[in-house]
Every structure is written in structure tokens, then in C-alpha cells.
Design a protein around this ligand. Structure first.
Ligand SMILES: [Fe+2]
Ligand SMILES: [Fe+2]
Length: 191
């Protein structure tokens, strides 16, 4: 489905982010963080036995489609760009090391969380105590990660990345999602 038909501009966090925002890659990343916070809140609801099947399906789509792409955007593009552009006084290396370790943990945790949610969805049951704990631990880690990225990574990226960096970042994020880069679209419009 083309989500642009539904959300031509910023969404409300309950649906995938419009690809039209990919021409502003740092805005897209920030929107993704807002969406992650929303997803965490819904996972917490599920952990507290307020299960809605449609919520579970939406979370599974986020965890298996959107989040892996977001982690790649950061690890393969934004973090290396910041390492190149930042000044020593930014002390970005330590933050990026911590965030990279977080990503490795998330990569290991996501399949377990997906397994729990798929079971709840298929069997139409409430989570047991172990499952609830796993869900709330995952959201707690995710929130801590988001706080660090919003407080450190995004402000430094806004300050340090050049227009050319942002343009390349936009192209890479579009390619990762098989979306035509906005630059190509505007060339076509002017041809
Ligand atoms: Fe992030
Ligand atoms: Fe991250």
C-alpha cells in the first residue's frame, strides 16, 4: 500500500511514516523515534493485558519492516557520517559505541518479542508473567535508547551534517526502502 495516499505529511505515529518525508532525512528519523515511542506505549498496554489484535499486527509490521531499516539508517549512514563530521569536543564516539551496543541487543531481542506477539495474536491469549516482563524490558531499553539519540545524535547531526551529507543520506534512505529519491523526482518534473 502506498502510505503517501493516506499521510502526505507528518503522521500521527500510529501508521508508517510517509516516504515524502525522506527528502528531510533527520525529520524522518525524528518521526520514526516518535513512532517508536508510540509503539512502546502499545506494547506496554499489551504487557498489562490490554490486548487488541489489530495493535499486535501493527506492532509486528513495525518490528519486522520499519525498525530494521531504521537501525540500518543509523548504523550504516548516520553514525559513520557523524564520526567523520564531528569535532573531538563533541565526544560523539562514546555515545555511538553505546548506541551500537544497544542496537546489537535490540537485534537479539526483536525476534523474541516478535515470537511472543505472534503467539498472542495466533492463540488470542493474554501474555504470561515471563512474556509480560520481556515486553516491558524491551520497551524500557528502547525508551532509554531513544532519549540518548534525541538528546545527542539528532542535535549534533543538525549542527554538523552538510547539505551534501543530508542529500546523500536522503538518497541512501530512499534506496533502502526502494523509493525513488526526491532529487530524481524533481529532475523528472523539470525534464
Ligand atoms: Fe533511532
Ligand atoms: Fe538507534
Amino acid at each position: 500500500m502506498n502510505t503517501d495516499d493516506i499521510h502526505p505529511i507528518r503522521g500521527d505515529c500510529s501508521t508508517p511514516i510517509s516516504s515524502t518525508l525522506l527528502d528531510q532525512p533527520l525529520v524522518f528519523i525524528h518521526e520514526n523515534h516518535l513512532r517508536q515511542r508510540h509503539i512502546c506505549a502499545v506494547i506496554d498496554e499489551i504487557a498489562q493485558h490490554h490486548v487488541q489484535k489489530k495493535d499486535i499486527r501493527a506492532i509486528l509490521t513495525f518490528l519486522t519492516n520499519e525498525l530494521p531499516l531504521h537501525l540500518q539508517d543509523e548504523e550504516e549512514d548516520i553514525f559513520p557520517l557523524l564520526m567523520r563530521r564531528c569535532e573531538p569536543e563533541d565526544e560523539i564516539g562514546r555515545a555511538i559505541s553505546k548506541l551500537t551496543v544497544d542496537h546489537a541487543h535490540a537485534g537479539a531481542d526483536i525476534p523474541k518479542i516478535v515470537e511472543i506477539l505472534e503467539k498472542l495474536e495466533t492463540e488470542d491469549i493474554e501474555p504470561n508473567e515471563t512474556e509480560s516482563s520481556a515486553l516491558t524490558e524491551f520497551t524500557a531499553h528502547s525508551r532509554r535508547h531513544l532519549i540518548l539519540e534525541n538528546a545527542v545524535i539528532l542535535p549534533i547531526a543538525r549542527a554538523r551534517l552538510t547539505d551534501a551529507d543530508l542529500s546523500n543520506l536522503s538518497i541512501r534512505m530512499c534506496q533502502r526502502r526502494s523509493v525513488k529519491p526526491p532529487q530524481e523526482k524533481s529532475h523528472e518534473e523539470h525534464d
